[in-house]
Design a binder for this molecule. Sequence first.
Ligand code: MRU
Length: 343
Amino acid sequence: MTDVRAVSWDGEALVLLDQTLLPARHEYVTCLDVDMVVDAIKRLVVRGAPALGAVGAYGVAVAMDQGEREGWVAGRLSVEIARIRNARPTAVNLAWGVDRVTPLIAEGRGAVLQEADVLAAEDEAANRELSRRGADWILARVERRPVRVLTHCNTGALATTGWGTALGIVRELRNRGVLEVVFADETRPLLQGSRLTAWELEREGIDYFVQADGAAASTILRGLVDVAIIGADRIARNGDTANKIGSVGVALACHDRGIPFVVAAPSSTVDLTTPTGDNIHIELRDGREVVEFAGIRVAPEGAHGFNPAFDVTPARLIDAIVTENAVVEPDGGSSVAVLVEAR
Ligand code: MRU
């Protein structure tokens, strides 16, 4: 089946599939200026670390076009590019995407766009390769066939430039004929699991359940799943991994039950400049996302929403981190650096 394209360039502008509307509506947002790019990132029109990397790269071209149209004074372009780079803090890929094309600005818009296209193509290729590696590792570790998977957050084609990371491994397991079912946690913010992961699984024809995040630990402890696979927004040098809020609870339950907890990400998500998870900036989102449901207040007026978008799973709770380059078992003391070696 053809992948959905969450991020693309239509020749004139950055085009994003509006993920705030899925699965009810399939509409696109065309970003013609920096305000629109920043707004789309902050509102989660586009989301997922690898997708944000591509948005960062194409966003630089959007800023260059706007600067040309509006005759920006010297220095303004870097200020506007920095706004895109800092629009969300946790996923390292956004800054990485911006930084990868910024040195090409002097060569012109064509060079920036060409590099952004290369970045996007490399991301999809990385996802396919890490999916093969991840599936190999899981099938060597998990005895039961077919395999029952639990996943948290969304890590499919929507969250990347194509194919997916954790959901890419799920697709690979299905293609090998060894997948039974997926338990997809509903996942905040904005229920990305029940809206987006479920939408992708449905399109793939994969059997799945959507469950409340609060059900995950019990599902694991009752022996209903064989492996948990999640994505990542930033992997620190010691293997500590930031991912969508609720991931660490899944890891703790897997640890207790003795089933593998696997992190899947392209090497662009590994940040060797961040020593440990303590150094990762966790995005705190608007509390209204917690005290409201579909825009309607459900908590008492006096309630304040506490809304961290991510948490950090310590490396000691992670059985394997998979990138396109390698599989590392952090608990075994393996170095995370090999995950980025071919970069
Ligand atoms: O808030 P989001 O949707 O940008 O967060 C996305 C996630 O947590 C994903 O799991 C992660 O970025 C990996 S995407 C392949």
